[in-house]
Design a binder for this molecule. Structure first.
Ligand code: NCD
Length: 311
């Protein structure tokens, strides 16, 4: 079942079966003490990870780097393409060909949808998609699933509300598909213009899970186990005036959460702008900082599996 991980790319959540994702979650759990620095494991000693980031990132890049370092590996990459040869006109294909000769695994974030797939076609080394425009963000989804599983004990049949920018948000594209694979019940809450793209809805429908679309957050959270909040992706709007019309549409605060079940958990891939009031941070509902930590054990598991030191 788990034999096939070594050397694989991680481009889309569709690359993995439910069984494979469950295996990744099991391995991630075992990584927690190492991720916290309470135990040691240097099984990636001598391996090099290249993060090449063409868009801003805090958590994704740092948690990949921490994951690699905790497992004894090294990191050689960049997060500011302005100071690389890209500035001189080098193509993505040439950059990838170079990076492949310097490292064992490439982690790419790029504004263009499909960039990670393209990069994978140019190299034999494994490529991990750390976000391709409004496309997919599969490793974020793994850590989101891990967080739900750890906090709620299961993913199946949980009522999950995804709110915010469902149109341009890549985290919710990958997550909605994965949750459908696991048989969660889904509610997509967004202003009409930011609703989930048709291909994601089609996929969710094919999985046969119960789902609904709405713009009413108060109603949606009444029976939710998980509320997954996202930022309106201002940088992806072709027209800034359109962004101004929808920014600030939803705001999660303690007043709103009074209408939810007492065990609801609130998640967010971060960064947040004003979608979640800081007052929520101190409540047992807030799991977004724990979720951000979970990026470390989950990315450790993925690197160990892909580089073949864990089966
Ligand atoms: C997300 C992203 O880059 O898609 N951030 C992340 O990876 N944690 C979400 C966002 O930028 O809103």
């Amino acid at each position: 079942m788990s034999q096939g991980f070594e050397g694989r790319d991680i481009i889309s959540i569709h690359d993995f079966s439910r069984k494979e994702i469950e295996h990744i979650l099991d391995v991630s759990k075992k990584m927690i003490p190492i991720a916290k620095g309470e135990a040691q494991d240097f099984s990636l000693k001598g391996k090099i990870l290249s993060p090449i980031f063409f868009e801003p990132s805090t958590r994704t890049r740092l948690s990949f780097e921490t994951a690699m370092n905790r497992l004894g590996g090294s990191v050689v990459g960049f997060s500011d393409p302005e100071i690389t040869s890209l500035k001189k006109g080098e193509t993505l294909a040439d950059t990838i060909r170079m990076v492949e000769s310097y490292s064992d695994v490439v982690v790419l974030r790029h504004p263009m949808e499909g960039a990670a797939k393209l990069a994978a076609d140019f190299t034999e080394k494994p490529v991990i998609n750390a976000g391709d425009g409004a496309g997919q963000h599969p490793t974020q989804t793994m850590l989101d699933l891990f967080t739900i599983w750890m906090e709620k004990g299961a993913i199946d049949e949980k009522n999950v509300v995804l709110v915010g920018d469902l149109k341009y948000g890549r985290t919710v594209h990958s997550l909605a598909c994965a949750l459908a694979k696991f048989g969660a019940n889904l509610t997509f809450v967004a202003p009409e213009v930011l609703q989930m793209p048709k291909e994601i809805i089609d996929y969710v429908q094919e999985q046969g899970v119960s789902y609904s679309q709405s713009d009413n957050l108060e109603k949606a959270i009444e029976s939710a186990d998980v509320l997954y909040v996202t930022r309106i992706q201002g940088e992806r709007f072709p027209d800034p005036a359109e962004y101004q019309k929808v920014v600030g549409t939803y705001r999660v605060d303690n007043e709103l959460l009074k209408g939810a079940g007492k065990d609801i958990i609130v998640m967010h891939p971060l960064p947040r702008v004003d979608e979640i009031h800081p007052d929520v941070d101190g409540t047992p509902h807030a799991v977004y900082f724990k979720q951000a930590f979970n990026g470390v054990p989950v990315r450790m598991a993925l690197l160990a599996l892909i580089l073949g030191v864990v089966k």
